[in-house]
Design a protein around this ligand. Structure first.
Ligand code: GLY
Length: 451
């Protein structure tokens, strides 16, 4: 199955269960100044999860374009991405656990053909205010039993505290803002095989493996949030007037599980971009750890950049534009690990594969392809030239201190993160505090000059 097959199969499955299809909201939230990007399917639906009536009813389904800037540094392994599509279905005070979990299981096993033996689930273990989710445990036991699997706790069903099995936009209850909805959740993981945990170079080999282990064996493919609480003024949780379901499943990760490919960058969600990179760099994907990581970062960052520009973001020094600028600049920098350094415009060639990949589902990307290419090439060219000069300066320095990091920022547009990354690559640390002090001093000077 391709990503397009999985997306359309999911939407029709939930349509057949009475859900209205809603289009993906743009990446930049339309009515929410508190956040730069939509990072989950539920985000544009918050008023409805809190009780407002949705014009299309109580059952909704979609695939939402999402971006998580907090994951920028994580990209480079087999699964992390910044831009992704989140498949989502919602019950706005309608059905709850006993419908949701069987539907998820049926969709995964019967429609996507995932072997139930490869599926593992987690549920909330409870705390002082919210009880352990015994109902979900009982439902999962029955579902696995219908497939001849005795789902024991600690073997097939795992319980975790709020840090892992509670979902709100800001994480566990203590971090939720006033009025924020959230609730306990139940996640499904796909098992790629024990050898990923046990192989001889695995740093985890001596530790017990479990779904939330970082060894790469388990991939989270779906999360049913039972969104039934809201944070109040005194910091406690109250029950919302309605019990909601908020399901989120990363399309690219499902693509990896369905095709039993351990690396999302080798699925058709990325393969055309990676192929273009292989051609440009004349390096096969997977040749060595350094070039593989670079290809993943470039492929991820460029896919995200194209989708952002298509939704109206342009490179700048603030808000969404700064995030876009950072993505393009990071992508360009990782070109050094592929031997394409100095070819400033090649990133423009990665726009077409992204546009082709989304031609049916997000046709506005292809319609704006020329404009997007121009934006990417222009930003890459300007930064590339400046960075070349900056790198020559860095090379002359035995170590970079915070003050010099600020000069690089001011003169050559080196964001802090890039200087830090280059220094780390040389086994050195840069004093962030000193950098920030210089930054503040500079701001004060500009203010005084303007007064
Ligand atoms: N809203 C559910 C999730 O992001 O996992």
């Amino acid at each position: 199955m391709t990503a397009n097959d999985i997306r359309s199969s999911y939407i029709s499955f939930f349509q057949n269960h009475g859900h209205a299809v809603i289009p993906s909201a743009p990446l930049v939230p339309e009515n929410d100044p508190t956040t730069l990007f939509n990072s989950a399917g539920m985000q544009p639906l918050i008023p409805y999860l809190l009780g407002q009536a949705h014009p299309l009813g109580k059952r909704l389904v979609n695939s939402q374009k999402s971006f998580r800037s907090q994951d920028i540094e994580e990209v480079g392994d087999n699964r992390h991405q910044t831009f992704f599509e989140m498949l989502g279905n919602w019950s706005l005070g309608d059905y709850f656990k006993k419908e949701q979990l069987p539907w998820v299981f049926e969709f995964f096993t019967k429609y996507l053909g995932l072997d139930p033996k490869h599926l593992f689930v987690t549920v909330f273990e409870g705390n002082d205010t919210v009880p352990k989710d015994e109902e979900s445990i009982a439902i999962w036991k029955e579902l696995f039993s219908s497939e001849g699997i005795d789902a024991k706790i600690g073997e097939r069903i795992f319980t975790y505290p709020a840090r892992k099995n509670w979902w709100s936009r800001s994480g566990e209850p203590d971090h939720m803002a006033l009025g924020e909805p959230g609730g306990p959740d139940s996640e499904v993981f796909y098992d790629f095989g024990e050898e990923l945990h046990l192989h001889e170079h695995s740093p985890w080999a001596q530790e017990p493996c479990h779904p939330n282990c970082d060894c790469g064996r388990f991939l989270e493919i779906g999360n049913s949030v039972f969104m039934q609480y809201k944070k109040t003024e005194n910091g406690s949780l109250v029950e919302l007037p309605q019990k909601n379901v908020d399901f989120g499943g990363g399309l690219e990760r499902l693509n990896a599980a369905v095709n039993n490919i351990r690396d999302v960058f080798q699925t058709d969600s990325f393969s055309s971009i990676v192929h273009e990179l292989e051609e440009t760099a004349r390096t096969e994907y997977g040749t060595d750890a350094k070039s593989t990581r670079a290809m993943r970062i470039i492929a991820d960052h460029m896919r995200a950049s194209v989708m952002m520009i298509a939704d109206g973001v342009l490179p700048s020094n603030k808000t969404q534009g700064y995030v876009l600028r950072r993505l393009i600049r990071r992508a360009l920098l990782y070109g050094r690990d592929l031997g394409v350094w100095g070819n400033w415009e090649y990133l423009g060639g990665l726009v077409a594969p992204v546009a082709r990949m989304y031609a049916d589902v997000y046709p506005t990307v292809q319609k704006q392809q020329d404009m997007i290419e121009d934006v990417v090439k222009d930003e890459a060219k300007r930064f590339g030239k400046s960075v070349e000069k900056g790198l020559r300066e860095i090379e002359k320095l035995p170590a970079v201190d915070g003050k010099q990091a600020f000069i690089l920022y001011e003169t050559y547009g080196f964001p802090w993160e890039l200087t830090e990354e280059i220094a780390r690559g040389r086994g050195q640390d840069v004093n962030r505090h000193q950098f920030e002090e210089e930054f503040k001093k500079h701001q004060e000077l500009s203010r005084t000059a303007a007064a």
